[in-house]
Design a protein around this ligand. Structure first.
Ligand code: FES
Length: 144
């Protein structure tokens, strides 16, 4: 093999490796978002608990927080009575808002309404908001 032929062969090998590397990088760039979309989300552990100070929940008020990676809400409908609910509407998954003056939840997407206990009061939601257990531990409320 003469010197020019050997140089051409080395150039082809180099270009092959370079194009292969670029192809691998482009494949990663395009498939990574799909992988992230399909991969299960970290929900903070199935047995994870959340502690919220009792003083943060006023009587008749609502305290929104994140529970297992999803929006949730703690209420104190009457003194010493605590309720923990999912804040995800059971219709199409919008996040419900607490309406202080009415003492109920309103879903901003299609007007679904829920009581302070999570029961459906009106609108399209097919079922009540999911409830979570709440226990009292000294000055904290423990959800989960
Ligand atoms: S998503 Fe809540 S009423 Fe439709």
């Amino acid at each position: 093999m003469d010197e020019a032929s050997e140089s051409n062969q080395q150039r082809r090998t180099f270009l092959g490796i370079l194009l292969g590397g670029v192809g691998v990088i482009l494949a990663g760039v395009f498939t990574w978002p799909i992988f992230r979309f399909l991969a299960p989300r970290d929900l903070g552990g199935a047995g994870a608990q959340v502690r919220v100070g009792k003083s943060e929940i006023k009587v008749g008020g609502a305290h929104f927080f994140s529970f297992q990676g999803r929006p949730a809400v703690l209420l104190q409908p009457s003194a010493g009575d605590y309720v923990a609910l999912s804040a995800v509407c059971t219709h199409l998954g919008c996040i419900v808002k607490w309406v202080d003056g009415k003492g109920e939840f309103l879903c901003p997407c299609h007007g679904g309404r829920f009581s302070a206990e999570g029961k459906v009061l009106g609108g399209p939601p097919p079922k009540a908001l999911e409830t979570y257990t709440v226990t009292l531990d000294a000055n904290d409320l423990v959800v989960g």
